[in-house]
Design a protein around this ligand. Structure first.
Ligand code: MN
Length: 354
């Protein structure tokens, strides 16, 4: 994959399909596998059923046990999680548990599909604990089929304010909120797919001079004030946001110095669920529709096949009542020339199952 289309054709070099060693929990620890299967089954009963919530299917003690297990798995992984394509990359979920399950209906489920999530599991929506528990249980059960990166909402200063704290307080008590923070501080902060696609929640940083600078971040850690950690979780390719702003030149330079072809990040709502920018070197992906009921955006995931060819799967938003005040999400950093912007967008084709 590169910025010109020629290398996107079938003649391009095949990436070796060296799968990471498959860890089969059912063999290593059958009791734990059975427990996780049972948790996943119980969590699935919350889909399309708003009469019950997670308190009806999981105790606070069970949740804490799962959080302790998964944080050890996070610490076993590099802070720059390495995975091989084929894989699908998922953006912000923001506690929209029902939409996460609708998304799974569309894109497929773990372990059949391999997924990398770019963070922002909690806040804004109503079912953040449900989202975390389902993803954590899948991570424990199938650790090399799902990768969970940290988003800026997986930090205490943010999720204290935007909904998750109150959700914990109402459902289980504030003690659980602290357990989640210690787990978030251990989540990996970036991902690398087939050595060529760099993934993170926010974006680039002037301190990101080599991939080892990400690998060498010591965890547990809490991103504060400024610097690489904040940029990875917060930075934007536009003129808004609290962190570093990066444009096409910075993206080109980073691809060269880090020897990567593409950057996939999340963090900003985009109308189609995905937006290609910076000369086809940068994709923003957002994976729940009707974000906060304030936008009419679609959800999407980015699919990378074994040759690192890019496609997307899209979930259109359900129709809103005429009284709804939702609006279209603005384009954030696509090419100012509308024809170029369209060509960039058309470069990513709808996903077709091989
Ligand atoms: Mn974010």
């Amino acid at each position: 994959m590169s910025s010109d289309e020629s290398s996107n054709k079938s003649g391009s070099k095949e990436i070796p399909k060296a799968e990471a060693q498959r860890v089969d929990l059912a063999k290593v620890d059958p009791k734990c596998a059975e427990w996780m299967d049972d948790c996943i089954r119980r969590l699935n009963t919350l889909y399309n059923n708003l009469n019950i919530n997670i308190c009806n299917v999981m105790s606070g003690f069970e949740i804490i046990a799962i959080v302790r297990l998964v944080e050890n798995i996070f610490m076993d992984e590099s802070n720059l999680c390495e995975a091989e394509a084929p894989i699908k990359v998922v953006g912000d979920i923001h506690a929209q548990y029902q939409d996460l399950n609708r998304l799974f209906d569309l894109i497929g489920r773990v372990p059949e599909e391999k997924l990398m999530f770019l963070g922002d599991y909690v806040d804004r929506g109503p079912q953040g604990i449900e989202v975390l528990m389902l993803l954590f249980c899948l991570k424990i059960r199938y650790r090399d089929r799902i990768y969970l990166l940290r988003g800026n909402h997986e930090t205490p200063s943010v999720n204290k304010i935007y909904g998750f704290y109150v959700e914990c307080q109402i459902k289980y008590g504030v003690g659980l909120w602290w357990d989640f923070q210690s787990c978030f501080n251990r989540m990996p902060m970036a991902g690398l797919i087939s050595k060529k696609v760099l993934c993170m929640h926010g974006g680039l940083s002037p301190e990101l001079v080599s991939l080892d600078t990400i690998r060498n971040i010591a965890r547990p850690c809490e991103p504060l004030d400024r610097g690489l950690l904040i940029d990875l979780l917060w930075s934007d390719p536009t003129n808004k946001g609290i962190s570093y702003m990066f444009g096409r030149g910075v993206v080109d330079q980073a691809c060269k110095s880090l020897e990567i072809d593409l950057i996939i990040r999340a963090h900003q709502v985009v109308q189609d669920g995905y937006e290609m920018m910076a000369g086809r070197r940068l994709i923003t992906v957002f994976s729940v529709p009707n974000y906060c009921a304030q936008f009419t955006n679609a959800a999407a995931v980015v699919c990378l096949n074994g040759n690192l060819e890019i496609s997307f799967q899209q979930m259109l938003p359900p129709p809103l009542p005429p009284t709804a005040k939702a609006k279209a999400a603005p384009a954030i950093a696509n090419d100012p020339n509308t024809e170029n912007a369209k060509a960039d967008k058309d470069f990513i084709k709808p996903f077709v199952k091989a």
